[in-house]
Design a protein around this ligand. Structure first.
Ligand code: G1P
Length: 294
């Protein structure tokens, strides 16, 4: 198969769950400690060897482009102050990857957003990373998915066990085991099922390696759950038909942080801060004290 070099990051959502913070700022720029959430995702793609990043944006998303571009005035000020450490931090995001942007124009769903990438991606397999899910950089997921894509010649989704009460928030998979303990064959996918309809508690967690066949399927995928064109529905049809080698799942058991709603976002910040050498010890000591006295 063809080596994967392109990552697609849908970032066109309105961020309504974080209003008013996201009135004039994209939700992807919300900081997780001192870095915008979106930078963790781009770094994850680059760490997996994907240096070509296409962001699917929309109106009000200029801050995303600015964040991965130079900030010449700021750089000059930091340089003149001799603040080398901060200067390096500011310049880092501009050198991470080759960035491309396309606007989704109409918010018609994740499947529709991914279809905006068709021209840029062409006839190659590619990765999709959703910004609401952060994967701890000490754990391996995307590299493993790329390896499984290569050995199985199929599309690959990342799956994680969730509480049965949470299945209505995700794409949920029907699976069969394979010889490899962390790999399953996906025979079906359903977007945000009612609890009684969930075929399992294996949820898609926002990382995909897709065969380019997905674009033709998305073209003909009608609106589904929430009235939106769902990537899950297109993948379900590929799982059922075997198109592009069908769909394989990699079951992730590492650390994932959700930044999709306010409570999960707050938890993500606490968890990421606790892992940091510079902030973790003080943060955890304070947290223990806070909890004990709360
Ligand atoms: C999207 C996908 C869903 C997936 C989830 C992972 O939903 O549609 O299949 O399980 O991301 O975070 P969203 O959370 O954007 O509603």
């Amino acid at each position: 198969g063809m080596p994967i070099s392109k990552a697609v990051i849908p970032a066109a959502g309105l961020g309504t769950r974080f209003l008013p913070a996201t009135k004039a700022m994209p939700k992807e720029m919300l900081p997780v400690v001192d870095k915008p959430a979106i930078q963790y995702v781009v770094e994850e793609a680059v760490n997996a060897g994907l240096h070509d990043v296409l962001m699917v944006t929309g109106r009000n998303k200029n801050a995303l482009e600015n964040h991965f571009d130079r900030a010449t005035e700021l750089e000059a000020v930091l340089a003149s102050k001799g603040d080398q450490r901060r200067l390096e931090e500011v310049v880092r995001s501009t050198h991470l990857a080759t960035m491309h942007y396309v606007r989704q124009r109409d918010p018609l769903g994740l499947g529709h957003a991914v279809l905006r990438a068709a021209m840029h991606v062409g006839d190659e397999p590619f990765a999709v990373l959703l910004g609401d899910d952060l994967i701890d950089d000490r754990d391996v997921l995307l590299e493993r998915m790329i390896a499984v894509h290569e050995s199985h010649a199929s599309s690959v989704v990342a799956l994680m066990e969730v509480e049965p009460s949470q299945t209505h928030l995700y794409g949920i998979a029907t699976v069969e085991p394979t010889d490899e303990s962390d790999v399953v064959r996906v025979t079906g996918l359903v977007e945000k099922p009612r609890p009684e309809d969930a075929p399992s508690n294996l949820a898609v967690i926002g990382r995909y390696v897709l065969q380019p066949d997905v674009f033709a399927i998305l073209e003909n995928t009608p609106a589904g759950s929430g009235g939106e064109i769902q990537l899950t529905d297109a993948l379900n049809s590929m799982a059922e038909s075997g198109l592009g080698g069908g769909v394989t799942g990699v079951v992730f058991t590492g650390r994932r942080y959700d930044t999709g709603d306010r409570l999960d976002y707050l938890k993500a910040i606490v968890q990421v801060a606790a892992t940091r050498d510079d902030l973790g010890p003080d943060m955890v000591a304070w947290l223990k004290d806070f909890v004990a006295n709360h």
